[in-house]
Design a binder for this molecule. Sequence first.
Ligand SMILES: NC(=O)C1=CN([C@@H]2O[C@H](COP(=O)(O)OP(=O)(O)OC[C@H]3O[C@@H](n4cnc5c(N)ncnc54)[C@H](O)[C@@H]3O)[C@@H](O)[C@H]2O)C=CC1
Ligand SMILES: N[C@@H](CC=O)C(=O)O
Ligand code: NA
Length: 915
Amino acid sequence: MRSLAVASPVPPAAAHRRRLRPSASGREVVSQCLKCEINQDRPMGALRIGHSQGNLPRHGSKNLLTPAAAAISVEQVEVSTYLPKGDMWSVHKFGGTCMGTPQRIQNVADVVLGDSSERKLIIVSAMSKVTDMMYSLVHKAQSRDDSYTEELDKVFEKHMAAAKDLLDGENLARFLSELHSDISNLRAMLRAIYIAGHATESFSEFVVGHGELWSSQMLSYAVQKSGASCSWMDTREVLVVKPSGPDMVDPDYEESEKRLEKWFSRQPAEIIVATGFIASTAENIPTTLKRDGSDFSAAIIGSLVRARQVTIWTDVDGVFSADPRKVSEAVILSTLSYQEAWEMSYFGANVLHPRTIIPVMKDNIPIVIRNMFNLSAPGTVICKQPANEDADLDACVKSFATIDKLALVNVEGTGMAGVPGTSSAIFSAVKEVGANVIMISQASSEHSICFAVPEKEVAAVSAALHVRFREALAAGRLSKVEVIHDCSILAAVGLRMASTPGVSAILFDALAKANINVRAIAQGCSEYNITVVLKQEDCVRALRAAHSRFFLSKTTLAIGVIGPGLIGATLLNQLRDQVAILKENMNIDVRVIGITGASTMLLSETGVDLTRWKEEMQKEAKPADLANFVRHLSEDHVFPNKVLVDCTADTNVASHYYDWLKKGIHVITPNKKANSGPLDRYLKLRTLQRASYTHYFYEATVGAGLPIISTLRGLLETGDKILRIEGIFSGTLSYIFNNFEGTRSFSDVVAEAKEAGYTEPDPRDDLSGTDVARKVIILARESGLRLELSDIPVESLVPEALKSCSSPNEFMQKLPSFDQDWARQRHEAEAAGEVLRYVGAVDVLNGKGRVELQRYKRDHPFAQLSGSDNIIAFTTSRYKEQPLIVRGPGAGAEVTAGGVFCDILRLASYLGAPS
Ligand SMILES: NC(=O)C1=CN([C@@H]2O[C@H](COP(=O)(O)OP(=O)(O)OC[C@H]3O[C@@H](n4cnc5c(N)ncnc54)[C@H](O)[C@@H]3O)[C@@H](O)[C@H]2O)C=CC1
Ligand SMILES: N[C@@H](CC=O)C(=O)O
Ligand code: NA
């Protein structure tokens, strides 16, 4: 049984608090019960004080202490309640943003109450901006700027307004009376600072720490409203620290643990709400834990109670794999080891201060970073063993960070090799000017040492080195002390890099591919990070290149769409509706990084927002320039795969495919011009395609979305022999002859086909049979025939007189004058029980193709079609008696764009997407 430190008689239900403040000399602690206003001035070290030592049921909490116990003097009673330690404790820390408004404080209370842990210790920061306000108060007072009084009023009003919103009844009255009393004490202290024109560190820290006192009190009252057992803790009574350097303190764990045990024995509530950031010295002088102090408080307290977990609540979903402002693909990491978190915070990632990790690391207590404003996000767990043990090469690197505004200093010379003391001389010169060395690299030949320092320190470093090595430089033992300005560091961080060969190869390969020149490299034996120094202007590009190589799916496709007309626009809309699903289900990441029409183009480095590509095209577009468009696709992004999708009918665009494939850009198209153009060009293109691993897909050139090319390929590649391919290859002509019946005029039906999006941009390409001839040529060449378009006899349906029309519109206007001729032809066929059909055929055996209008009996399969149906029959060695038939709509926006989309996915699967 240990002694129970309770106090001398006071009314048990009253809200007594003890406040520590430095005495005017700063050497003593004044301990004051704010209710009774009894001051007990004691010499330093005398923390044990009278009745107000936090020993009473506060704020109406369901404290386990009975009024009787509370009435016993501190010196007389044995402690009866041990501080339990271990898994029952869950520690939470809420930062200033989480405590920014009364509603947010209430939300914090709800989160605390929602945690089902047996015991909870809650550390809070001051309400957002309050710590800055408090520092400003001190600064103003010591600068004799009397506006500090108005600023103090603002501090008061802010907290009074928050409390009035959040609390009511007795709790509100208590809080406000405490607030009043604190503010009047602060006013007196600031006045003293104002008169002295100076504030000691302990004065200043005492003032500043009030933000945490008020926020934590408000939260504890808010938690108590629910009836939960909750006590408020002024951590200055518990946390003891000692200065360990400028702006640094080390916790005294032993003393703090003793004090915590003592504190808890008096107030063993299930929930303890405590002040972050503030602490005391061993002499009981109020102090703070300095930068990021509240995180540190949570980690120390977590370690003192051996908590199950410490949760740091903030306003981001967790720790990112890279700065999301620089890398839009940055992802939230689910786990990090302590060392990784440590490395990352060193490199400026907004994780935890390394010293926050130390207290929990020694007891293997996980820290979870969670978003108070997105409770559904699981956050990042920082713990001993990251959970995802099945890491592959790519998963070894957890994150990337950069540091800008550095300079590289290179000390070089033959006289350095084998001479002990050179590096010591270099770095003692650096130390003398107080510069901070950020990385060091020395090749084992020992002819040079280079190191990075902040740009602002390099002039002094360089001067010091020139002085220090004047003789060596004059004698030629050192050849130079060189400064390379405007450098940045890119660091790759990952615990598992240590045991995984090939990680640095991947990193440097990614940098090389992005054309980044690496100036220096460092990797410590711990192998937790690989650091490269590069020119600052390359840094973001390097970061993105490295990040995308390790974090993006290898099936990330950067797509440039050429020709956002009917098919192109439909494709973009289909992509818009499907990209998220593809990413989720198949890890295929499709980014349209450019769209170009004939007159304007839209470029994006990370991906056009497909929900508003049309508006962006109008707002952001630049004049179209195909060469620049292709350069953008090749260079201005970090995605591993580049694809051009040509949705034009343009011969000139098609003439570039060869060059694009040569550049490693995959090509996908419904445009028939390349495959039906000059034979030598076609053969060159196909030869290149076969020789490289850059892909060229064109399924939609024949039968739109119908699987015609792929079926033919399947037959050929499995060794079947193609004998004959014949069928109806034109959606437009199919539609026209399927619907040209009864009283309908030919020209009306043609107009309908155009309206439905079946025709080529110029419908004469359909009616002339050229479009069908192109498809026949494509299939003939695919089957191995070396035919030119001119080798195909084509029966044109364009009346001779309309061939010279200058535009598609003029043609459409004049077409009705030929309706009579068409009606006659149709009636003649009907009289013979036949229908008109426009067909194409590839006679592979005889090396020929033909395209013509034919008459078929009404029961012929070609007579059974409807809409824009195509029907294509493959007669082969295997399908000799009965041909293999593919039938279905062979034109139209949705089916054609769908066929192009299928090719995009075919490409992704060639690149390794899951099936
Ligand atoms: N409509 C259909 O059912 C099918 C069409 N196709 C093919 O799809 C392609 C597109 O057809 P549609 O979308 O119907 O034509 P469209 O005329 O609606 O669209 C073509 C677009 O390409 C643009 N364009 C033309 N030259 C350009 C250049 N040099 N640079 C950038 N943009 C340029 C045009 O301004 C237009 O926006 C054609 O090659 C066609 O043969 C293939 C199968 C079926
Ligand atoms: N205009 C063409 C479209 C497909 O290639 C057709 O009608 O078939
Ligand atoms: Na097709």
